[in-house]
Design a protein around this ligand. Structure first.
Ligand code: 5GP
Length: 207
């Protein structure tokens, strides 16, 4: 069977509490061809985070210079900080022949869809219910009620954007592995999308 040799671009968005980070890590384990892009951000590293592993950490000025120089594929401001996908990172991953996985929020997701059209597939990851979403958000621990309410509000606004996404995947509690498998199935299906495979049909008829 001929295989499609163009990489898939897969955007995964999901509000805090959707379990996005865990699912993407599991996907990496399941599928060595997943090239998960490391974003640039102007936020401070959290404890345990590493430069070049979790993010490329920039000052606001450095980030703005990257934007001016056209080095950023998409970007947004989230909680007062810049977050963006570096073109160099996307090029590196696609150059290795890997599928480009972008774990980004909804504003960035819609920019990618605008730039790439059918080359990109978008997945919205959600918790199984609003109650479970809230429980997961609160479960994180020590934040004030004000911070939690802010996150819940933002999460609801992000989930509303699901209407613009190609796929919606529910991350059932305790089933992150199954959820990663579903996302892998979406990647595989995208490789067989008509717009990628028609060339084989044309070849079949010698066109
Ligand atoms: P956190 O600060 O929790 O690591 O990330 C906050 C939000 O920014 C998450 O929803 C994450 O998916 C999103 N994010 C991370 N990198 C990027 C990026 O390169 N572009 C955009 N648009 N969002 C990003």
């Amino acid at each position: 069977m001929n295989s499609d040799n163009r990489g898939v671009v897969l955007v995964i968005s999901g509000p805090s509490g959707s379990g996005k980070g865990t699912v993407v890590e599991l996907l990496r384990g399941l599928y060595p061809n997943a090239g998960v892009s490391v974003s640039a951000t102007s936020r401070q590293p959290r404890e345990g985070e590493q430069e070049g592993v979790n993010y490329y950490y920039k000052t606001r000025e450095e980030f703005e210079k990257l934007i001016e120089e056209g080095e950023v594929l998409e970007y947004t401001q989230y909680n007062g900080n810049y977050y963006g996908t570096l073109k160099s990172e996307a090029r590196r991953i696609t150059g290795e022949g890997k599928d480009l996985i972008l774990e980004i929020e909804v504003d960035g997701g819609s920019q990618i869809k605008r730039i790439m059209g059918e080359e990109a597939a978008t997945v919205m990851l959600i918790a199984p219910s609003a109650e479970e979403q809230e429980r997961r958000l609160r479960g994180r621990g020590t934040e004030t009620e004000e911070v939690i309410q802010g996150r819940l509000q933002r999460a609801r606004a992000e989930i509303k954007e699901a209407v613009n996404y190609d796929y919606i995947v529910v991350n059932e509690t305790g089933k992150a592995q199954e959820c990663a498998e579903e996302i892998l199935a979406i990647i595989m299906a995208e490789h067989r999308n008509n717009h990628r495979m028609m060339k084989y049909i044309r070849e079949y008829f010698g066109e």
